[in-house]
Unconditional design. Structure first.
Length: 64
């Protein structure tokens, strides 16, 4: 039983597992920010294309 308790204590004191979790959370945050940024950028580009099409005499519907 003592070996089991010592093993559990060693596992809880080990910081390597925490580092992996930190990298996973950091990677997820970077991915979320990237998706949000490109989504917003795409919407802005679509609006500008519609404005340009309307200016040159089109119907202003780029299909976005």
């Amino acid at each position: 039983m003592n070996k089991f308790i010592e093993g559990v204590k060693a596992f809880l004191e080990e910081e390597e597992g925490l580092t992996i979790v930190e990298y996973a959370v950091g990677g997820a945050l970077v991915a979320a920010v990237t998706v949000t940024a490109f989504s917003d950028l795409g919407e802005t580009v679509c609006i500008k294309i519609d404005e340009l099409a309307t200016t040159v005499g089109g119907d202003g519907s780029a299909g976005c």
